[in-house]
Design a binder for this molecule. Structure first.
Ligand SMILES: Cc1cc2nc3c(=O)[nH]c(=O)nc-3n(C[C@H](O)[C@H](O)[C@H](O)COP(=O)(O)OP(=O)(O)OC[C@H]3O[C@@H](n4cnc5c(N)ncnc54)[C@H](O)[C@@H]3O)c2cc1C
Ligand SMILES: *[C@@H]1O[C@H](CO)[C@@H](O)[C@H](O)[C@H]1NC(C)=O
Ligand SMILES: *[C@@H]1O[C@H](CO)[C@@H](O)[C@H](O)[C@H]1NC(C)=O
Ligand SMILES: *[C@@H]1O[C@H](CO)[C@@H](O)[C@H](O)[C@H]1NC(C)=O
Length: 503
């Protein structure tokens, strides 16, 4: 309860604030740590070490790479032009986030020589355009035709560079665009493909939820501590994003040091064993914006949308034996850590109305879906009368017929009759394979078969090599709720403790 008392919200207006202002708390944290953020370059500085990984992991559809040399005066004069365009696309304050990643490589750095050679850099600055993945381990030669990497031949000023980009992607961006005007949001809800963008939002929402817990020091009792651990276990086992699974597992392994008897230390720097030093989805997340969940106004959608998508994506990965644990874990998480009073209370009522434990994963998937629809139904009315909703994303009973015709047995105006088998099938695919389809080849996502690899990764990452994997897994399977992986790390943690005290 104390969690809630700390941030007292009431009524719908404050709900909207609660749901949308959380990025604020994060930027406050960042501003303290990061110095003067406004003067930072927006273009991302790349080098041999991070070139491939940044371009592989970016959610952006296109990338611009500028090869320059820091001693070249023309490059220095060009920089403000390049930055003016980068400001539109890069960083948490981007006007059009997630479209184009603007980067630069300093070829005057010795370590970058090979990289610059691979792109046959003949003058400075030299600009390239292409899908980010094509740059990964990529190269460019002047004579090679049919390359998906293009040289930007006319980008001498900010205006001309933006014109060139506009021509490539058929957009009409302008240098003086303002955030949330002239918006390119994904407002076509009947487009089945769009969910694949939500992979990034799931990471974003996970990191944002974690940030909110940090900034409110929300783990306050043994009860909230247990609830937090269960949620982190659920993430370690079933989060779609590999780096979030990894981050979650690292928190589990170190939890007894970070939060001895449920009393956590939070600070981002200083001593090593603090929550702030374990970013749940790695240090590159949160990015500060949403894609699938981006609203057409500055205070709609975002985090709460991302949280729903996270819950749905977790639900479809749950197995029968875990379904009731998953249910109570999500209920407790919302109750303890979703700091929107109205949401929390309504959701808790719906949790309490479940009288018999879930036995089938299918029932749990459908419960999350129908609960979400109950929220939609209620908000439909509220938002119509208060016009607090997002005009481009009116609440609907979901999925609409256009998205899943076979989900409907019949529907008259008042009552929809669902074909639950088809709804289940649809959800499994939409929040499973479809959600990860576009970015499957990127390292962000890991498939089921990767579990073993992830285990190895983590072993290295945490120096926790005490228990042979086979034995630990056997213990984990016998005693744990969420998959072997999550509990394996709990076991590792226990074994790690005595070793520590010897040092
Ligand atoms: C646990 C929880 C409780 C909430 N309770 C409240 C509340 O009481 N009052 C309040 O004002 N706001 C509440 N919210 C916020 C609200 O539900 C929306 O998240 C917010 O208004 C943003 O809406 P949205 O248009 O982005 O769509 P969201 O409702 O956030 O949905 C995100 C996306 O999920 C898909 N979707 C929609 N319905 C379903 C479904 N039934 N099954 C599967 N997928 C679906 C759609 O693609 C949609 O765009 C709650 C949020 C959460 C996570
Ligand atoms: C590359 O850039 C990153 C981030 O700025 C930095 O941490 C790293 O040391 C750089 N590597 C080299 C080889 O310069
Ligand atoms: C929305 O997307 C669907 C499927 O891609 C398409 O058929 C439909 O024409 C689109 N609607 C609008 C208004 O763009
Ligand atoms: C949203 O935009 C409005 C008008 O543009 C502005 O007054 C308000 O402060 C903004 N809110 C946030 C949270 O940025």
């Amino acid at each position: 309860m104390s969690v809630v008392h700390l941030v007292l919200f009431s009524g719908l207006l404050s709900l909207v604030i609660a749901v949308s202002s959380s990025p604020g708390s994060r930027s406050i944290l960042r501003d303290i740590g990061g110095g003067n953020a406004d003067q930072k370059d927006k273009a991302v500085e790349l080098n041999t070490t991070n070139f491939d990984s940044v371009l592989r992991d970016t959610p952006a559809k296109y990338a611009v790479v500028e090869f320059f040399a820091h001693w070249c005066p023309a490059c220095r004069n060009y920089k403000p032009h390049y930055e003016k365009v980068a400001r539109l696309f890069n960083g948490p304050d981007a006007i059009h986030p997630g479209m184009v990643l603007m980067t630069r490589v300093d070829c005057a750095m010795k370590t970058n020589t090979k990289l610059c050679d691979k792109f046959s850099i003949s003058h400075y600055p030299m600009l390239f355009w292409g899908p980010p993945s094509k740059f990964v381990s990529g190269s460019w030669e002047p004579k090679k035709e049919k390359s998906e990497i293009l040289v930007i031949d006319d980008g001498r000023t900010a205006d001309r560079l933006l014109d060139w980009i506009n021509k490539q992607i058929g957009s009409s961006y302008r240098l003086d665009d303002k955030k949330f005007e002239n918006e390119h949001v994904l407002s076509n809800i009947t487009n089945y493909e769009q969910i694949s963008q939500a992979v990034y939002d799931i990471e974003e929402a996970t990191a944002e939820a974690f940030d909110i817990i940090l900034s409110h020091k929300a783990i306050k009792s043994s009860e909230t501590s247990a609830s937090f651990v269960r949620f982190i276990q659920l993430l370690a086992a079933h989060h779609l994003s590999r780096r979030c699974r990894k981050g979650a597992a690292e928190i589990l392994v170190n939890y007894d040091d970070i939060c001895p008897s449920g009393k956590c230390s939070y600070e981002e720097s200083g001593g090593k064993d603090t929550l702030g030093n374990f970013p749940i989805c790695g240090k590159d997340v949160p990015r500060g914006y949403y894609m699938f969940c981006r609203g057409s106004k500055n205070d709609t959608r975002g985090f709460s949308c991302g949280l729903w998508v996270l819950f749905h994506s977790l639900s479809v990965k749950i197995e029968d034996g875990e379904s009731h644990f998953a249910f109570t874990t999500i209920c407790d998480f919302v109750n303890n850590f979703f700091m929107c009073d109205e949401c929390r209370l309504h959701f808790n009522d719906m949790c309490l109305s479940v009288k018999t434990p879930f036995k089938k994963a299918r029932d749990f998937v459908l419960w999350v879906w129908s609960t979400h629809n109950k929220v939609n139904e209620r908000l439909m009315k509220d938002e119509a009368s208060l016009s607090t909703g997002d005009p481009k994303f009116p609440k609907i009973i979901w999925p609409p017929k256009e998205l899943c015709p076979s989900c409907y047995l019949s529907s008259d105006q008042k009552k929809i009759e669902w074909d639950h088998d088809h709804v289940y099938k649809f959800l499994k695919n939409y929040y499973g394979p479809k959600l990860v389809s576009v970015y499957k080849e990127k390292s962000v996502i890991g498939s089921k078969e990767e579990t073993n690899i992830a285990t190895e990764d983590l072993t290295v990452a945490t120096n926790a090599l005490v228990v042979p994997i086979g034995a630990a897994l056997a213990i984990a399977i016998a005693s744990c709720a969420f998959g072997a992986l999550a509990c394996y790390w709990r076991t590792q943690q226990k074994n790690r403790k005595p070793r520590r005290s010897w040092n």
